[in-house]
Design a protein around this ligand. Structure first.
Ligand SMILES: Nc1ncnc2c1ncn2[C@@H]1O[C@H](COP(=O)(O)OP(=O)(O)OP(=O)(O)O)[C@@H](O)[C@H]1O
Length: 274
């Protein structure tokens, strides 16, 4: 969480009372001219978990890649709009701090794991921030403990199962003590037990989450609120249960629940006051 004083802005512009993430009027076209985002507005409150739903090609990944400046104006691209993370605006001079604050867990853990051991991978980011010695070791141990992988610290990542590698990828991001955890399809390719274990881990974390997912029961279980992106626009926003129970909305945007799944029969994730 932000170290800024409650209710006031720090010299960096960060504020503990600001939303964890605020996106305002985000528009973007790829260099080939294809317009993918059209004025996207969204907010994730401190401690809130929000699902970003939408059919293939809606622009979800394109949006995620803007959140830490991989795409967008700070990377030399074109577009419009603004992004703030706990009150700190994304700009060329803040992109380093924004990348620490926005922890993106990509769909393929092997995109994020490249060191000889699990501990080395988790240490990589905090070591780049300047942590050393016992401070670094404690940070690594804590992040691995948060995902139940502390006993695997000395193993090479490629000896782990896919589900374990995804948990380590989450730990690499948690070790940066982010303001918001951004997950791209966290339940994809997981067996039912690994899927449930990851849900338990995500529910135990005290950090805001924005989660792109096609796994609608997962969104319902973990996220009290969902946003629906289609054609580069937020077309619906509300309680996940209400969105999933809206048959006409679901059909209009190519979202389908598993056969026989009734969103009204599942306890909804508790809402966070915003
Ligand atoms: N590098 C690129 N250059 C041009 N167009 C791109 C590029 N990357 C993605 N697109 C286009 O942008 C649109 C949105 O893609 P994006 O991957 O953001 O959607 P998505 O909602 O994440 O889809 P999915 O659910 O399939 O992952 C698609 O039409 C895609 O073809």
């Amino acid at each position: 969480m932000s170290g800024a004083p409650a209710g006031g802005a720090s010299p960096s512009g960060a504020s503990a009372s600001s939303p964890a993430l605020a996106v305002d009027g985000l528009a973007f076209a790829y260099p080939d001219g294809r317009q993918v985002l059209y004025g996207v507005d969204l907010e994730v409150a401190q401690g809130e978990r929000v699902a970003l739903l939408g059919p293939n090609g809606a622009g979800k990944t394109t949006l995620l890649l803007h959140l830490n400046g991989i795409l967008g104006a700070v990377s030399g691209g074109t577009g419009a709009g603004s992004i703030q993370v706990s009150g700190l605006p994304l700009r060329k001079d803040t992109v380093g701090e924004i990348r620490r604050r926005v922890g993106i867990v990509f769909q393929d853990p092997d995109d994020q794991l490249f060191m000889p051991t699990v501990a080395d991978d988790v240490a990589f980011g905090p070591a780049n921030l300047g942590l050393r010695g016992s401070e670094l070791a404690d940070r690594v141990h804590h992040a691995l403990s948060q995902v139940g992988m502390a006993d695997q610290a000395d193993r090479p990542p490629h000896h782990l199962s896919f589900g374990q590698r995804r948990r380590v990828a989450v730990a690499t991001v948690l070790a940066m003590e982010p303001e918001i955890l951004v997950l791209d399809e966290p339940s994809s390719n997981l067996d039912p037990a690994s899927r449930r274990e990851l849900a338990d881990i995500l529910q135990s974390l005290d950090v805001a989450v924005l989660m792109v997912t096609h796994d609608l029961p997962y969104a319902l279980q973990l996220c009290s609120r969902s946003l629906l992106l289609d054609g580069g626009r937020i077309v619906a926003s509300g309680a996940t249960r209400d969105l999933l129970a809206d048959d006409a909305l679901m059909r209009a945007h190519r979202l389908e629940l598993p056969y026989g799944f009734d969103p009204l029969s599942v306890p909804a994730a508790p809402a966070v006051e915003r």
